[in-house]
Design a binder for this molecule. Structure first.
Ligand code: PLP
Length: 364
């Protein structure tokens, strides 16, 4: 559609960010999985990650994994959400490894793998404090033992996840615990674990400070490569690009209006009672993009003088009084995105995607 909001995606910057992350990780003996769920696994972006040198891809959604396979990606893909008991067939068919915490699911994966004459790799998830998925440490050995009974399952290693539910930061302590549990399992069962997977973007901070415990040899990186930010540690990653994505949308009205609505205040379009502070007449622009296009809490105007006042499903109201630009109808306003914003636009059919630096599709 003409004038649709556009998401510009700079593939060279994705490639650069991937390369930087890979280089820093490899220096410390750590492999990198490029996590594709933040952008609904658009293949152009996944390709740029691969060109940047990631060792494998990972996603939390089977739809995304299948799309990547359909586009011809052959490198290892790890399923990053605990498989559904009802979906083990697809997990075995389309991925090489999955994270797991339920023996009943692992047993079902084994049965499925047998059917397809495959070996499926399991990364057993250990909860070291964030309280999302994973076994508590006292149960690890027992489950690892049970896994070793399944011929079609290879216990590839242990992993942990942080910063997602409890907001717990990775530390030498909690990652060290993961490594220790791994050594204990190896010793007790006389096996070798290939992978100790020490988290996502929030672990890059430790990496920079050479504090990732020896033994951790895999990280699963999405946000850092895509946005150059580390939300859990509340920081920009100085050595990565923050402007891979740019969202632009067209102005459809410019007018000066009071800041207080007139009349009796009821509920807004989403059932909330809006509150206003009267700061006099302000110049505002209406942008043709709303909550159906994007999670407006996940976007920020590039022009720092602009203030988002609110949004309904199809309209975004922006205070433009202080801008040095003379914004007029037909102009575009540009926004940066955080992870929530990116998630919301990536699969919105109302937001056009434009790839900058797209090249022949050789490197899958
Ligand atoms: C989403 C996800 C990641 C990637 O996290 P980022 O913070 O985007 O790097 C890693 N591991 C698991 C299990 C995930 O679900």
């Amino acid at each position: 559609m003409r004038g649709s909001p556009i998401l510009d995606i700079d593939l060279e910057k994705i490639k650069y960010n991937s390369f930087q992350v890979v280089e820093k990780c490899h220096e410390q003996g750590i492999a990198v999985l490029g996590v594709t769920k933040g952008f609904s696994a658009m293949y152009q972006i996944a390709s740029a990650m691969v060109e940047g040198g990631v060792d494998g891809l990972a996603d939390a959604r089977m739809e995304n994994v299948m799309e990547l396979r359909k586009k011809g990606f052959t490198l290892p893909i790890t399923m990053l959400r605990l498989p559904r008991l009802s979906d083990v067939i697809n997990v075995v068919k389309h991925t090489d490894a999955s994270i797991n915490s339920e023996i009943i699911v692992i047993e079902a994966l084994a049965k499925a793998a047998k059917k397809f004459k495959k070996i499926h790799q399991v990364i057993l998830m250990i909860d070291v404090g964030d309280l999302r998925e994973g076994l508590l440490k006292e149960n690890v050995l027992e489950v690892a033992k049970q896994i070793s009974c399944f011929k079609e399952i290879k216990l590839a290693g242990l992993g942990t996840n942080m910063g997602c539910f409890g907001g717990i930061l990775p530390s030498p302590d909690n990652l060290g615990l993961l490594v220790k549990i791994g050594l204990y399992v190896e010793r007790e069962l006389g096996i070798q674990l290939e992978i100790i997977s020490g988290g996502g973007t929030s672990s890059l901070y430790l990496l920079e400070n050479h504090q990732v415990p020896v033994g951790v040899n895999q990280l699963r990186i999405g946000e850092g490569i895509l946005l150059g930010t580390d939300t859990t540690n509340n920081r920009k990653i100085s050595w990565l690009h923050q402007d891979v994505f740019l969202l632009r949308a067209e102005v459809i009205e410019v007018n000066s209006k009071p800041t207080m609505p007139t009349g009796t205040i009821g509920r807004d379009a989403f059932g909330h009672i809006p509150e206003f502070v009267d700061i006099g007449v302000r110049k505002r622009a209406i942008v043709s993009m709303g909550k159906q296009d994007v999670n407006v809490e996940g976007i920020n105007p590039i022009d720092e003088k602009l203030i988002i006042l609110g949004a309904s499903s199809d309209h975004l109201i922006v205070d433009i009084t202080d801008s040095e630009q003379a914004i007029k109808v037909g102009d575009q306003i540009a926004f940066s995105l955080n992870y929530a914003g990116l998630l919301s636009v990536s699969d919105s059919k109302y937001v056009k995607k434009r790839f900058i630096g797209e090249r022949s599709q050789k490197s899958r």
